[in-house]
Design a protein around this ligand. Sequence first.
Ligand code: PMP
Length: 389
Amino acid sequence: MGAIDVERIRQDFPILHQEINGKPLVYLDNAATTQKPQVVIDAIVNYYVKNNANVHRGVHTLSQRATDDYESARESVRRFINAPEDCEVIYVRGATEGLNLVASSYGRKYFKSGDEVIITGMEHHSNIVPWQLLGKELGIRLRVVPFNDDGELLLDEFEGMLNDRTKLVSVVHQSNALGTINPVRTIVELAHAKGVPVMLDAAQSVPHMPIDVQELGADFLTFSGHKLYGPTGIGVLWGRADLLNAMPPYQSGGEMITGTPDIAGAIGLGAAIEYLEAIGMEKIAAYEQALMQYGAELLSSIEGVRIIGNAADKGGVLSFIMDAAHAHDIGTILDAEGIAVRTGHHCAQPVMARYGVAATARASLGLYNTTAEIDSLVKAIDRVIEVFG
Ligand code: PMP
């Protein structure tokens, strides 16, 4: 399936080669976090073993090495998302901090009472709560673009919401709960036609498809390293230089953002990006797309299983509910079979409310998953029906 050598890729991920509850681990919780290839682990170890020093403030050799590696990771991020300038790549802790940074810094500077921010009904809480809090503080109205039963945004409604009071559109590129890939280029065009900037929550898209911020035309974009086969605690906020330069500091102190930054995290993120570039994001996207289609067909053919989110344009997320069992019980049986899925509301409670469910079970794919693993998932779902059905 596809043009990538998945068996070879699997060899790069040491964690995958273990048994859970006596069964081979099948890791299908990639939307929560991804596993790390050995090159990422090595890059972090190598930094601490050979180069550890603070960055940007020493003339000594170790500090220069650490600074070079930290900055060369920033250049890797720039290249990966085709940002025009290195200085537009801001290291943050993750997508949550990227969104909070824009809300706090950009929002406080430019928003006033009566203004409006548009989000969608399929946002992660990270792209809801910062705007709600700011909204309360400043008197801003949050407007929410609805979506249809398949999980596709109603673009007419979006267009109708744009008006003179709209100060920002902040939307998820790929939904973590539904897998929907939103038509962000159209969203950007519609918003820009009204002079409104657009922020993209790309936490779930950057790891799974080629991303070119210039082609997307967005003004801000954020993602997390740990969902991109990199370490936890590091992420990226990209913003157009003119917008970033006009923004007041988010936090003050030595490094203006967070004091001593996550140097090892940035270096690990750079290694993850180089790893993915060597495979090719186009190939990864095509492979995961085929795997998702394979899984969607199998799952939807099981009686009593309903997939939540059937958008025509959809990434590797299979969110489902079963007549026989609650999501939590599905997760427990699957774990007994060695299969890791996430169960719950996926920090997207408005999505759950839209479908009238409390929780779903979610299998989310990564570049190392296989059709054999999807077959194991299907077998384990049959087991759920046996136990509870
Ligand atoms: N947005 C989306 C769409 C996500 O899926 C997540 C993580 N589940 C986040 C934001 C938040 O990412 P983090 O916890 O790494 O900050």
